[in-house]
Design a protein around this ligand. Sequence first.
Ligand code: 3PG
Ligand code: MG
Length: 400
Amino acid sequence: MNKLTVSDVAVKGKKVLVRVDFNVPLDQTGAITDDSRIQAALPTIEYLIDQKAKVILCSHLGRPGGKVVEKLRMGVVGERLSRLLGKSVQVARESIGPEVEQTVEKLCGGDVLLLENLRFHPEEETNDATFAQALARLAEVYVNDAFAAAHRSHASIIGVTRYLPAVAGRLLEKEITNLGGILENPAHPFVALLGGAKVSDKVGMLENIMDKMDCVLIGGGMAAIFLKAKSYETGQSLVEAGSLATAFDLMEKAEASGVRLLLPVDVVVADETGAEAKEVETVPVEKVPSYLKIVDIGPQTFENFQKELRKSRTVFWNGPMGIYEVPQFAQGTKSMAGLLAGLEATTIIGGGSTAEVVIEMGLADKMSFVSTGGGASLKFLGGRPLPGIEVLLNKEAGAS
Ligand code: 3PG
Ligand code: MG
């Protein structure tokens, strides 16, 4: 990586503003259902505590739309962080302003302060210069450890770097190294396992790394689009507008690059996509009834995909194989997660719902790497530089 990291700059005793992505899922009661994003940021935070830095953490939580939303306050995140660190974490009721500045002035080396949800201010998402300056005023050094938000051109990601020396945190570095490995020289055979509802969010990635892949396996809602493009009946399955042309185009590109593209040969179909579905059956793809929807891959498809995956040396997985939130349509996704966990290959899991499945099944540590970024990991693999990484100091620029 050609960016300076937190290890390259002097942080001892300094006030360090760290942009983390603590955008964790919450249940109805407001409790955290998965704290892996908090855990993933611990190495940077612990390093800074060790260095006796005054650690000022900032993050967004959800999409409050520029106003205070009580259930999206950072308190619950602060409590969890405190438990994980085994030390108390102060939680501010604001992210900028005189009160926060006073609190910062009272910090001692090794203390940790978590600022309030950045997105309570509309200026965060508009990358407002005054807001960025107000954040920057709190610290002497800026660390970006929020890979999952590095594709957003927001004040705490971009604006702030105009006023402070800006370097990468440990998690950001780890994400770039692991995902970058796929872009550079993946061990072959390299197989991509793709699912989820949309093709549009994966086009950039596919176009960028198609020539590095040996085989692409397509399941989930995406499969219906490819099947439809090949003139199969896909019944009531959702087909994103404009996606058929994209699917054609990708199939042509795969062929031109000598990449094998495998689609399901059998699927689970149902009358409803929720748990209330009454009519559920497994059919060959030639026999999808016009009044049903595709909700999962079938067992023969799993067998076919398994053969390819067992031969592979690198696997990138993004997107569930079906509607995994509904237990009766989760079989394909769960079987894939179980299979990948047992492979010798390097297994890289895209963030978002794919990471969610793997974590929920307790298989995260059986994978080579689970990204914390959903949209960010796809954009990164799309080859376009992420704005939040671009703005950090380059190695050759020398430590400040
Ligand atoms: C995410 O969960 O995708 C990141 O935290 C970014 O959040 P956003 O998609 O609301 O910008
Ligand atoms: Mg997102």
